[in-house]
Write a protein that binds this ligand. Structure first.
Ligand code: NDP
Length: 287
């Protein structure tokens, strides 16, 4: 038999999740702070619960898709007793420590808790390229697995409840820096009249050619020595200084590039100018 599911939170993401669960034949109950948002779901066949407690009482699996950590705790803490014998799957974006904190709270309350992170936008929910990461209670993952797999590709990261969130944040960090790079290139090229779209296509082609090198860079870091004879700190400092100067010559601020140069300068100042530039990772660790 299909499991009964509750979705707390009907924003863009919670709505997509509720719709997908309903479309895959699950008995679905929904709750949202602004009650009007439950109406289309009720019309489509879900049960609209007037309170969180009623929503939680209705199902085996409780998905939480609220705004942030604070809103999750605000609404789960008062219904801790009602969550016993339920599987709580928190898909709200939080930091790793916030996920661990909620997992610890759940453990104190005797609750079964799984923390999740969604590597997708709402329109992707239910498609295989929608990837959802989970961590925390392995038993809860197995219990909920068939339901979780209806939302997209499901992956269990480990028993530390912060792991799904950590990977989410690491991948989002990479994306953020990459797209900031697009913006920097566009800002530079539009000083000579290039459209953003033309520059974005140039960036895409260039990055596509470069991306296969990422693995080799990672192998150097895993190797743990920076005497590779490859691109050195000093070489890269000159390169970055040129990028920064070129940007400013065109009347474009180089603030997005400067942090990287700063880290390389720190390495040079501590005697690592001849090392592979990837030693920069050692400067990122906060001691
Ligand atoms: P929306 O802004 O569309 O919706 C926010 C939801 O949170 C609404 O249901 C809102 O209720 C509710 N909410 C906000 N504050 C409170 C509160 N204090 N108490 C109760 N409910 C509250 O956000 P999304 O649906 O897009 O995002 C939900 C979660 O999913 C976030 O953590 C987000 O990071 C994550 N996520 C979203 C992605 C996306 O592409 N949209 C991608 C990956 C993760 P109300 O209607 O009453 O305002």
């Amino acid at each position: 038999p299909k499991r009964t599911v509750t979705v707390l939170g009907l924003g863009a993401m919670g709505s997509a999740i509720a719709q997908r669960l309903r479309d895959t034949g699950h008995d679905t109950t929904v709750w949202n702070r602004t009650a009007a948002k439950t109406r289309p779901h009720a019309e489509a066949g879900s049960r609209a619960a007037p309170t969180v407690a009623a929503a939680v009482a209705a199902s085996d699996i409780v998905f939480v898709v609220l705004l942030d950590h604070a809103s999750v705790r605000e609404h789960l803490e008062p219904v801790a007793a009602d969550l016993k014998d339920r599987t709580v799957v928190n898909l709200t974006t939080t930091t790793p420590n916030q996920a661990r904190d909620t997992a610890a709270w759940a453990a104190e309350q005797g609750l079964t808790y799984l923390d999740g992170a969604i590597m997708a936008v709402p329109s992707m929910i239910g498609e295989p390229h929608s990837r959802l990461l989970y961590s925390g209670d392995a038993g809860a993952y197995e219990t909920a697995r068939t339901v979780l797999e209806t939302l997209g590709t499901a992956e269990f990261e480990g028993a530390d409840a912060g792991l799904a969130s950590l990977k989410d944040m690491a991948l989002l960090s990479a994306m953020d820096l990459m797209f900031a790079g697009y913006v920097q290139a566009i800002a530079m090229m539009r000083t000579v009249g290039a459209t953003a779209v033309d520059t974005a296509e140039e960036v895409h082609a260039w990055l596509a050619a470069m991306l296969p090198h990422g693995r080799g860079l990672a192998e150097i870091i895993d190797g743990g020595t920076y005497d590779t004879g490859g691109q050195s700190v000093d070489f890269d400092r000159i390169g970055l200084a040129s990028l920064i100067a070129a940007s400013r010559e065109q009347g474009v601020r180089a603030d997005l590039l400067e942090p990287h140069k700063k880290l390389l300068d720190e390495l040079a100042a501590t005697g690592h100018g001849a090392d592979d530039w990837l030693r920069v990772i050692e400067r990122l660790t906060i001691h």
